[in-house]
Ligand binder design. Structure first.
Ligand SMILES: CC(C)(COP(=O)(O)OP(=O)(O)OC[C@H]1O[C@@H](n2cnc3c(N)ncnc32)[C@H](O)[C@@H]1OP(=O)(O)O)[C@@H](O)C(=O)NCCC(=O)NCCS
Length: 237
């Protein structure tokens, strides 16, 4: 019985990587290298076809990015009448993930369907991933991990087990988290950072590349080094 339950759960997890193909268009919100990288990966990993990039009208400076057209974000419903508009919010961590949050809520306001994209090349052992979460190839998201809305788990990040993280966090490539971590909202974890088990990471924490975090963090703090120390007077990027 238990084994069957496990299999069911795994099937559900695999299903997350599949996108409803009927009468819908798939749009990547963002039109830069990060968005394009994600788009290429999705098209290589799945049968999903991306129709276009989209950016806000006021920020649209190009008609095409690589070989894909760039639509006006606000106009997607009129550009694709009668279609369900699936969007992948491919916005990085600028302004401490606040831009991604804004786009997320604008998508809701326009009635776009925000996709949760789980790479079929990631190992994901939880179903408790928030709306719009992106988990990229090689990442490990273990048992009893809970992620809030709009999180990005980049390539080869390791969220071992029993981790609770809030909304709009960005887990950089190869960042690694011990079990029992309790992570707030809007945090950024740089490349190859290590977060010891059972720590509390406060909202808006910024962890620099390669940092080794061994103590709880304070809200809005920037931490670098081994052991990680606060980077004083660090201004927001
Ligand atoms: C922490 C970080 C945000 C600081 O950026 P910054 O404000 O431009 O800082 P600076 O480059 O001016 O460096 C300020 C000081 O911190 C040190 N420092 C910066 N980043 C560091 C890091 N990751 N580890 C150790 N020391 C670091 C610098 O050597 C410098 O020290 P000094 O004043 O003694 O010379 C940035 O260096 C960083 O690590 N970003 C993460 C990049 C990343 O992982 N990207 C992944 C995208 S997927």
């Amino acid at each position: 019985m238990d084994v069957m339950k496990k299999n069911d759960e795994l099937m559900m997890i695999e299903g997350m990587g599949q996108i409803e193909m009927q009468e819908c268009v798939n749009i990547i919100v963002g039109a830069n290298n990060y968005a394009n990288e994600l788009r290429r990966e999705i098209e290589m990993e799945t049968s999903m076809k991306i129709e276009a990039f989209a950016t806000y009208r006021d920020y649209k400076t190009i008609e095409w990015f690589e070989d894909l057209k760039v639509d006006v974000f606000e106009n997607l419903t009129s550009i694709y009448p009668q279609k369900k508009i699936n969007v992948i919010v491919a916005i990085g961590y600028s302004q401490k993930n606040k831009i991604r949050e804004k786009v997320f809520f604008d998508c809701k306001q326009y009635g776009y369907n925000i996709i949760r994209y789980i790479s079929p090349r990631a190992n994901v052992y939880t179903t408790r991933l928030g709306e719009g979460t992106i988990v990229r190839a090689g990442a490990h998201v273990g048992v009893n991990v809970i992620l809030g809305d709009g999180c990005i788990v980049n390539c080869a990040a390791v969220l071992t087990h029993d981790i609770k993280a809030g909304k709009f966090n960005f887990f950089g490539a190869r960042s690694c988290f011990g079990g029992g971590s309790d992570i707030g909202d809007y945090c950024f974890f740089g490349l190859n950072s290590t977060i010891k088990n059972r720590l509390h990471i406060a909202d808006f924490t910024l962890i620099g590349a390669g940092a080794n975090v061994i103590r709880d963090t304070e809200s809005n703090g920037t931490y670098v080094g081994n052991p990680a120390r606060v980077l004083e007077n660090h201004s927001e990027h």
